[in-house]
Design a protein around this ligand. Structure first.
Ligand code: DGL
Length: 265
């Protein structure tokens, strides 16, 4: 089965959150074969050292390259801000990486205050500091680490009182400071969109850059002549480094269809 990964697009995340990016890629590029790796056995990345995140990113990236994928999408903000540069240096493939949507948020805010919800590693990173410096002039960018949220999504616990209480704890201070736009700076959080919107209120704008990532991937493949020439719909395959039975249940729920998940060799 693994040789059918040749010419697929590899997409990976620390866990199940990158499925929010995968669905945008699948919608934008329906003829492409896609292979998704959830590194759930090592999630959450956001509470771990940079060395560990870099090592996992390189391990998964190299595995995908060995299977013959034609491009890699990092569907994990934490892996991007810590390790995208290192992965790009070591891969001879296009690498497209998600990053928090601070630039579009700055263009869209009316109050001039933007909240960024992300993992602790992401909000502490030099990459996010540089995004804030580049795009945040004359605006207030409030960076909010959200420990615990990734774990809720890894359990597909999207609507419980515990999840809502965690979100309230992270979002209330941002609203109190005038934020009218919230950046979903972790790919797990789009699965909490309904609960986030309920906590934040209908007039708060939520930004998820998944579709922009899909467009960028499409552009990169088109520029290099790498777009699929198939006429039939592409296949999507799923791998996990975590407990496969649990991954199968949670990923089927989040993907919205019953899927088979294979153990990451
Ligand atoms: N989905 C990852 C992100 O976008 C979550 C990282 C983690 O496992 O903490 O940052």
């Amino acid at each position: 089965m693994i040789h059918t990964l040749r010419d697929a697009i590899g997409v990976f995340d620390s866990g199940v959150g990158g499925l929010s990016v995968l669905r945008a890629i699948h919608a934008a590029l329906p003829l492409e074969h896609l292979v998704y790796v959830a590194d759930s056995g090592h999630a959450p990345y956001g509470d771990q050292s940079e060395a560990h995140i870099t090592q996992r990113t390189l391990t998964v990236g190299k595995w995908l390259a060995e299977q013959g994928v034609k491009a890699i999408t990092i569907a994990c903000n934490t892996a991007t801000v810590v390790a995208a540069q290192t992965l790009r240096e070591q891969m001879h493939l296009p690498v497209v990486a998600i990053e928090p949507a601070i630039k579009p948020a700055v263009a869209l805010t009316r109050s001039g205050v933007v909240g960024v919800l992300a993992t602790r590693q992401t909000v502490q990173s030099a990459s996010v500091a540089s995004l804030v410096e580049r795009y945040g002039a004359n605006k207030r960018i409030l960076l909010q680490g959200c420990p615990g949220l990734v774990e809720q999504v890894e359990r597909a616990d999207l609507h419980s009182p515990e999840t809502e209480a965690l979100l309230r704890q992270f979002i209330t201070p941002l609203l109190a400071q005038g934020a009218d736009t919230l950046v979903l700076g972790c790919t797990h959080y789009p699965f909490l969109r309904d609960t986030i919107q309920r906590v934040a209120g209908d007039n708060i704008l939520l930004l998820d850059p998944a579709e922009a990532v899909a467009r960028e991937l499409s552009r990169r493949l088109s520029d290099t002549g790498g777009l699929s020439q198939h006429t039939a719909p592409g296949q999507v395959q799923f791998f996990s480094s975590g407990d496969v039975a649990q991954a199968q249940t949670v990923m089927s729920h989040l993907w919205g269809a019953s899927i088979s998940v294979h153990a990451l060799p």
